[in-house]
Write a protein that binds this ligand. Structure first.
Ligand code: SF4
Length: 335
């Protein structure tokens, strides 16, 4: 079995395994700086931690966008911003299409269906559509419903709880110290406030971000620590997939070894969290990444298309899980 050579770090990692409490920020930085020949040891340690604290099952999720593109915000990585000359334009999905997407998602064996809208926060029109859409899905399909609608007010948080949304996704995206260079139309703290309200409401918190936005290793460690402070139920970890027309169109794609270090690190920082890696993994890691990522402490898989770029076809992901002998999680009995 590969070993970490730094005895203090090896002890800290073993403590994560024993206690289920994540690494401290300095130790997170140390894992992010491991030499190439210790990446395998870190991934193996992350895998042990996942199996011990999250169980062997993999959660499969589907995602649908009810409003794509035309967002008034300026997140520099996002092709859905209406402020850049990117090819994605505003499109709204109607309720029958939403129910059909939920049905198709459930048919893949997925347990979670997330409704996403590219907005700063929901207006009355969107809240009405969500209210009606969630009711129609609950009538027709047996699946957990999650939502991702941007920055919320307390009233909107309360309404989402009342209509039965069981998980809310809102990403911090990056470290607080880097955020103002990547987004200027709202603040990191506005995002954090929404997450605090969601956490207090009893909805599950899904909160992640994107690596490769120009953050230093210290800022990557800062971000992992800030995420851990929220104790999120789920963390989607993305790697920047530079989109044409966005300010980060020419950014360099994260090195595959750095991506694998990050996968191991985030698991060791968040031992009990569902860790999912989504958009960008094809270009950064390819099939190797899916394999090593799953074995490196990642739980769920998103099936089908991502929001604005084509993801892997669902059957390829499901076949890989079968090959790796990873059972797909059954639908939660808490529905
Ligand atoms: S990340 Fe969200 S808030 Fe930012 S531009 Fe994209 S859709 Fe809008």
């Amino acid at each position: 079995m590969p070993q970490l050579t730094d005895p203090d770090l090896a002890r800290a990692v073993e403590t994560v395994y024993e206690t289920g409490v994540g690494l401290s920020e300095p130790d997170i930085g140390a894992v992010l700086r491991l030499p190439d020949d210790e990446i395998g040891a870190a991934l193996e340690a992350a895998h042990r931690v996942r199996v011990r604290w999250c169980g062997p099952e993999v959660e499969v999720e589907g995602i649908v966008s009810v409003k794509t593109g035309g967002c008034p915000e300026d997140c520099h990585f996002c092709s859905q911003s209406g402020l850049f000359a990117s090819p994605v334009r505003g499109i709204w999905l109607d309720i029958p299409a939403l129910v059909e997407a939920a049905r198709q998602t459930a048919a893949t064996g997925a347990t979670e269906f997330c409704i996403v809208a590219a907005v700063r926060g929901p207006d009355d029109r969107l809240m009405t559509q969500i209210r009606e859409g969630v009711a129609a899905i609950r009538d027709a399909v047996e699946i957990n419903i999650a939502a991702s609608l941007g920055i919320l007010t307390q009233d909107q948080v309360d309404e989402l709880v009342a209509i039965g949304v069981h998980r809310y996704n809102h990403n911090l995206e990056t470290a607080r110290s880097l955020f103002p260079t990547v987004v200027t139309t709202h603040t990191w703290d506005e995002r954090f406030d929404t997450l605090r309200m969601v956490r207090a409401s009893g909805m599950e918190v899904c909160c992640g971000g994107i690596l490769g936005l120009g953050e230093t290793i210290d800022q990557r460690a800062e971000f992992a620590t800030q995420l851990a402070s929220l104790a999120p139920d789920e963390v989607p970890l993305n790697f920047l997939n530079p989109r044409p027309g966005t300010p980060l169109a020419d950014a360099e794609v994260l090195d595959a070894r750095d991506a694998l270090r990050a996968i191991a690190t985030f698991r060791l920082a968040l031992p009990r969290t569902i860790l999912r890696y989504a958009g960008g993994r094809e270009i950064t890691l390819g099939d190797l990444g899916t394999r090593d990522g799953l074995l490196g402490g990642v739980n769920p898989v998103i099936v089908g298309n991502y929001l604005t770029t084509l993801g892997r076809p669902a059957d390829r992901d499901l076949a890989l899980l079968d090959e790796l002998k990873m059972p797909v999680k059954a639908l939660s009995s808490s529905l």
